[in-house]
Design a protein around this ligand. Structure first.
Ligand SMILES: [Zn+2]
Length: 239
């Protein structure tokens, strides 16, 4: 069932509907933006966490993906101060742990050499685990903002925004939010009644890596949009 009920602030542990799958279960607080993206000094004071109630099935089992997401985002581009502090306090240490080599290999798999240079670039869009984490953040934000829910993972298409600057694609109608603007910012636009669309999102990490996500009203609407995009692809190649 889809409703427009505003989310209540979750307590530590309660029996209620999960903000992600919508099932009535024992839930705990889920941090929509993974806490590990914040270096220790950035976790104090002014940070306003975005939390929703989520069941253990939706909430657990993503810790490893969250660490991977942090590693990929920390490597993808010019470091700002927030990333530098994260490297110094958290990431270097995590690579020394037992699974550090595996983590490095996971990231190496999505690096590509830059032609005419010894540099390598990292491509978060080539990493299914990163995109899944991004979709989960968008689903959580949709719940946080009281949009129709639950939003299933298969209702969301996410990709890296390449080319245009964020401010060129975000128009007046978009709402803005952030959890410390140099770490995580987002713009979103609820869309009602157009081609099965639910909402459009741009989420921006560390002032440089932007993902766009489109949420559809149903899984079928999402699949139809994929099929249309695939049909159109050969035409675009010839134009
Ligand atoms: Zn759930």
């Amino acid at each position: 069932m889809r409703t427009n009920v505003r989310p209540t602030k979750p307590t530590k542990r309660q029996r209620t509907r999960c903000g992600l799958c919508g099932k009535r279960r024992l839930t705990t607080e889920e941090h929509v933006v993974p806490k590990n993206l914040y270096a220790p000094t950035r976790r104090r004071g002014k940070t306003h966490w975005i939390v929703i109630a989520a069941c253990s099935e939706c909430n657990n089992g993503t810790t490893d993906d969250d660490v991977h997401l942090r590693f990929v985002l920390a490597l993808a581009g010019q470091s700002n101060q927030a990333v530098k502090e994260l490297w110094e306090t958290k990431i270097t240490g995590s690579l020394r742990r037992r699974d550090g080599l595996r983590r490095a290999q996971d990231v190496y798999a999505i690096m590509r050499p830059v032609s005419g240079s010894t540099d390598h670039m990292i491509y978060p869009a080539n990493d299914p685990r990163v995109l899944k984490s991004v979709r989960k953040i968008v689903r959580g934000l949709a719940r946080h903002h009281g949009l129709p829910w639950p939003v299933h993972d298969a209702q969301v298409i996410a990709d890296v925004l390449r080319g245009p600057e964020l401010l060129d694609v975000v128009s007046d109608g978009f709402s803005y939010g952030h959890v410390q603007s140099d770490i995580f910012e987002y713009h979103y636009l609820p869309v009602v009644g157009e081609e099965g669309l639910h909402s459009v999102w741009f989420i921006h990490f560390f002032e440089r890596t932007t993902f766009r996500a489109v949420v559809f009203q149903t899984v079928e609407d999402c699949q139809r949009a994929w099929a249309t995009a695939l049909d159109a692809a050969p035409i675009r190649q010839h134009s």
